[in-house]
Design a protein around this ligand. Sequence first.
Ligand code: ACM
Length: 638
Amino acid sequence: MNFRLDLNVIDVQPNESRFALVLHNLSEYNIENWQLTFSVSRYVIPTSVSHGTLKQVGSLCVFETGAPLNANDHLYLEFSHTTKPFTMHDEGIGDACLMITTDQGITATPVETTLINLGVQSPERTPLTLPEPKAINLIPQPKALVVTQGQFALTDECAVVSDSDASQLAATWLAQELSAHLRSDVTVKKNGEIRLKQDTKLAPSHYRVSVKPQGITISASDECGFSHGVATVLQLIPTQVSHRHHAAYTLPCVEIEDHPRFGYRSMMLDCARHFHPVRRVKDLINQLARYKFNHFHWHLTDDEGWRIQIDAFPELTEIGAWRGPFETLEPQYTSLSKIHGGFYTKDEIRDVVAYAAQRGITVIPEIDIPGHCRAAIKSLPHMLVEDADASAYRSIQNYTDNVLNPGLKGTYTFLETVLAEVCELFPGPFVHIGADEVPENVWTDSPSCQALMKACGYTDTKELQGHILRHAENFLSTKGKQMFGWEEAVFGDKVSKDTVIFSWVSEQSGIECIRNGYNVVLQPGQETYLDMAQDFSTDEPGTDWACKVPLEKAYHYEPFANSDVTPSEFEKIKGIQCALWCEVTNTQSRFEYMIFPRLLAIAEVCWSAKEQRDWADFQARLSGQLQYLDRLGINYRR
Ligand code: ACM
């Protein structure tokens, strides 16, 4: 490349760091009218910038100096973040691009970026060193497992039998997976060795697996139970079989009785910050099912992208699904000189929902309101912007224009129309409404919001947040849906106790919500955020605003371990969810690296009884599971 950008940390204080940025012109040309764009996750203090001016929209910084940059010359500038010291290379520049204006127009010219010079010695990288696998390596650990005599030989002659409607979907999933393993066509038939048998005496989600030399029986009373039984059988299939002898898989004979500790076990995937293709989403759902998760929370909208087709508002995906140097939405994060984006069509979403259902997984769509709405607002300004609104705010991700206005009629038309289409598309009983990170000072100088506050007797703008969320809750209930929301959904005290609250900043809000009568899902960033780095070395991918989350820390997560909650308060925990936010996760290999193997640790936290969790034993079983991930070529952290 003709241009290179180097970033150096030059001064570190506990809550402020100063940086030097050097832009090199390695080309043979002098450039005249140019702007440097680069992406950083933190807020650059505008008055701290030397040698020019800088404007920031989200992660995108646009620097101008007015002076030319001559061939073989460089430009030096400094700026500050008020932030704790950087500890990782990932906190440096995500991407950079020069916008050069000539008589022919403006061109976006990529700029090479080098690793940030943190000016500190990196801690040693901690490798994942695991013991030898066990004979049976089930994750999560089942409630009861007895190894009996003999083995069952799985051959391409085997067939799957399903005796009830409840087992039909799981039987199809099993047949598909066996076909892939055996490289032959295993089908669901009337007679066969692998039987899914309904046993109505078993409680929902409970299952039994019996492997005998003459056949396998999976018993359950409901669809979820059958899915979990199938997941167990799939994990009993040995991974170390040479392809030539694929007809010689043998499963150990076992008797397993099992059921989950928490009813709700889930992962959230952010598809807004970077778009993930359908194949990647489906493969993840398949892995979630293998490890006995039963929900998939699909974060479909955010400031940086709208990812779901809405027939009434094609602008949301024509405009809001794309960002780039010449798009309505500015480029962000890892791709400043090119367009990034995409969205899921309704047919694709139906396909994903059906694929998940076949594996016992309910998909929960998230439409994040009233904050995190910039992609929608920029797509539909005629409905969602009040020109006279002079409120000045900045969101945590550095946007000044990303919050829906609860005083506008268009806001409710937008919301109801979108939610109606979402409810129609997703058959599951839940819709997540977001509600996180609405910035301070929003709505304070909006005439329509002030009028609404007066009319309703509200004294705090937080009540406006509650107002719009209560509207969403009421609308969703007319469609037979229950609302989920992040912990900020209780702000303004307007939503009912039927809304399930997802605590994420820490567990504390979860406890407070329980004490206020809500059911909660726990998703503490300190243990369950898969975008947090897994190690302390500077080259470990990820971020660390919550903290670093090594595998062992994730494994040892125990809800409310250090709190004085009563057993009846504990009962209000609906379940646990992990989450991958994708500001910097933009490729398949990075996606896999952030998820695996921590997903398996969280799976056991969600499913296995507290007294059955054992770190040493888990590590041995993980060794066995990694052989399976190797077989699939998954780029887990080694
Ligand atoms: C969140 O991490 N903003 C829910």
